[in-house]
Design a protein around this ligand. Sequence first.
Ligand code: 5GP
Length: 130
Amino acid sequence: MATIFSKIAAGEIPSYCCAADEEFYAFLDINPMAKGHTLVIPRREVDYIFDLEDDELARLHVFAARVARAIKKVIPCVKVGEAVLGLEVPHAHIHLIPMQSERDMLFSNPKLKFPEEEMQAVADAIRSNF
Ligand code: 5GP
């Protein structure tokens, strides 16, 4: 059975798309830790990120770096932080989180909610800077 992230990458479940190519997909996290919190996934369904082939993992990171640079242009932040957890969704993904301080990377923080129009505007801006 396809993962929820596969369905998102295939367009079967809606998402705020930030970047896409034939191999990878980036979209806003629905329960963000900061405005612009983005998830980057391989379209190929692999649960654990460190089970990806070496070259695929390298390409995923290069793609994520391009997304991070676009995020940084759109969201004023000190740096874009990267994290990998994968405890909730069994489809490899990288979290990219615009940081004002170390506290923005604490996954135990309460999650934020932004209006739909704001999420769409952020995703559109990231996509146009990608
Ligand atoms: P993790 O697997 O890294 O522990 O957490 C999964 C992340 O995916 C969480 O930050 C959660 O908010 C996000 N997430 C889970 N389901 C969806 C979804 O259907 N759409 C989007 N955009 N994000 C999701």
